[in-house]
Ligand binder design. Structure first.
Ligand code: TYM
Length: 325
């Protein structure tokens, strides 16, 4: 069976963008692949995190993975920092990556631009991501399209290592999942869990009132027409995308349904659809978050991940000359 690996950063509570762009697809993929879904806490600390909040966000993310439908009997769910081979192979990947390659990453440019005290790890983030993937001989990496560049670099690093040392890594295939979900306030930016403006994103744990308020205050434009046009009507197109994925209706169907109805009615219905879609996930989340079950699943997940990762790390160390004979 082919293997899938993907990860989400616990740098906040995950958003509807993470769910529609990644997590929802993971739930389907786990039936056809041997799957590993990681809580990439070491990636999250490349920018400052409050330790208590980080711990809580990790637990929330684990609970949301499960609440959304990831089955721990089928898939491995684990915390990155509980499998030390990630950081170890990450170091080796840094040794074969070039600074120029890392400086070209748009995520690095976006996150470092105009900031003082940018961590070295923000630059070396992609080699750690490559390690995450290569440790498991991953065949397929499902991600949103904002991660495409990191995946290209992962493939480059795998090929470089294989050429320079030994053919040990599977060069993974990237599968880009669906459309990027954009900010509700600045539709030219992606919806992000670390956005300072709370109104820009819907968190998976927002209550009914908050979801409704955020959708009602989402920016639109002045022509009051519900029509998909990514170039001229970015905001409305984004709302249509969200509505379509959540309801399973085609965008053309939605355009027809809302002809002549205006933004008010459209937003009221979208808010209802979003609330209904999140309701069962939030209910299951609450049970898990407050139970010991999530700890047991994370312990077992780390054990299973270590079993795969340690021999692979040793192979890489052997190839690089880091192991004693
Ligand atoms: P992160 O935590 O930013 O996002 C997790 C996943 O959600 C997708 N995503 C989106 N999709 C659609 N619309 C959006 N607005 C949106 N925002 C985020 C992302 O594309 C991603 O698939 N570097 C990664 C985490 C990572 C990883 C890995 C992923 C670390 N190691 C190994 C895959 C394999 C990140 O920052 O994702």
């Amino acid at each position: 069976m082919k293997r899938v690996f993907s990860g989400i950063q616990p740098s906040g509570v995950i958003t509807l963008g993470n769910y529609l762009g990644a997590l929802k697809h993971f739930v389907d993929l786990q039936h056809d692949y041997e799957s590993l879904f990681c809580i990439v806490d070491q990636h999250a600390v490349t920018v400052p995190q409050n330790p208590e909040t980080l711990k809580d966000n990790k637990r929330k993310l684990a609970s949301l993975y499960l609440a959304a439908g990831i089955d721990p009997n089928k898939s491995i769910i684990f915390n990155q920092s509980e499998v030390p081979a990630h950081a170890q192979l990450g170091w080796m990947m840094q040794c074969i990556a070039y600074i120029g390659e890392l400086e070209r990453m748009t995520q690095f440019k976006d996150k470092s631009e105009g900031k003082n005290g940018v961590s070295a790890a923000l630059l070396t983030y992609p080699p750690l991501m490559a390690a995450d993937i290569l440790l498991y001989n991953t065949d397929v990496v499902p991600v949103g399209d904002d991660q495409r560049q990191h995946l290209e670099l992962t493939r480059t690093l795998a090929e470089r290592f294989n050429r320079q040392y030994a053919e040990i890594f599977t060069v993974p295939e990237t599968v880009v999942l669906g459309k990027r979900i954009m900010s509700l306030q600045q539709p030219e930016k992606k919806m992000s869990k670390s956005d300072e403006n709370q109104k820009a994103f819907i968190s998976m744990l927002d209550d009914e009132k908050t979801i409704t308020k955020k959708i009602k205050s989402a920016v639109t434009d002045s022509d009051n027409l519900i029509r998909y046009d990514e170039d001229n009507k970015k905001a409305v197109s984004n709302l249509l995308t969200i509505y379509s994925i959540l309801s399973g209706k085609e965008i053309s169907q939605l355009e027809a349904d809302y002809e002549g109805k205006g933004y008010g009615a459209f937003k009221t219905d979208l808010a209802e659809v979003a609330v209904e879609a999140l309701r069962p996930i939030q209910a299951r989340f609450k049970e898990l978050y407050e139970s010991d079950e999530v700890d047991r699943i994370l312990d077992a997940g780390a054990d299973r991940a270590n079993e795969i990762a340690i021999p692979m790390l040793q192979k890489a160390e052997q190839a690089m000359g880091l192991l004693r004979d």
